[in-house]
Design a protein around this ligand. Structure first.
Ligand SMILES: [Zn+2]
Ligand SMILES: [Zn+2]
Length: 131
């Protein structure tokens, strides 16, 4: 297991993009936290202050919204925002401009289309807890 930088009181759910239980809480900057998946590099909403807020944001999955935005992406599963961007930084990924969540990241051999497909693929409820 990858060591977590912080042990939270709130249990963390498995990654909704790839189903991995290998997820943990990371400190991004001083006092800013998010939950990240070690398998696919997806990350949930960034939260200031309490790392348990980041876990709650990660756990709060928006079910079933299949509506697509202008990029052919489904809304952010963590905050419901349609304010999404697609970046290529060491691989393609979808980024939520509202809550700083990121979808699965792939190396340069993968395409923008693949990043969008992975962002759109969501495990159905209920997913188990990571530990
Ligand atoms: Zn994952
Ligand atoms: Zn979001």
């Amino acid at each position: 297991m990858t060591k977590n930088l912080h042990r939270c009181d709130t249990r963390i759910r498995q990654c909704l993009f790839c189903g991995s239980a290998n997820v943990g809480v990371d400190e991004l900057e001083e006092g800013e936290w998010h939950v990240a998946c070690r398998e696919c590099s997806a990350a949930g909403s960034a939260c200031m202050g309490d790392p348990d807020d980041a876990v709650r944001a990660w756990n709060a999955r928006r079910p079933g919204d299949a509506e697509k935005t202008g990029f052919d992406c489904r809304p952010c599963p963590f905050c419901g925002s349609k304010n999404l961007r697609i970046f290529e930084v060491d691989g393609w990924y979808v980024y939520c401009s509202t809550c700083d969540a990121t979808g699965p990241v792939f190396d340069e051999t993968q395409s923008e289309r693949h990043a969008i497909n992975m962002w759109n693929s969501r495990f159905e409820f209920p997913l188990g807890f990571a530990d």
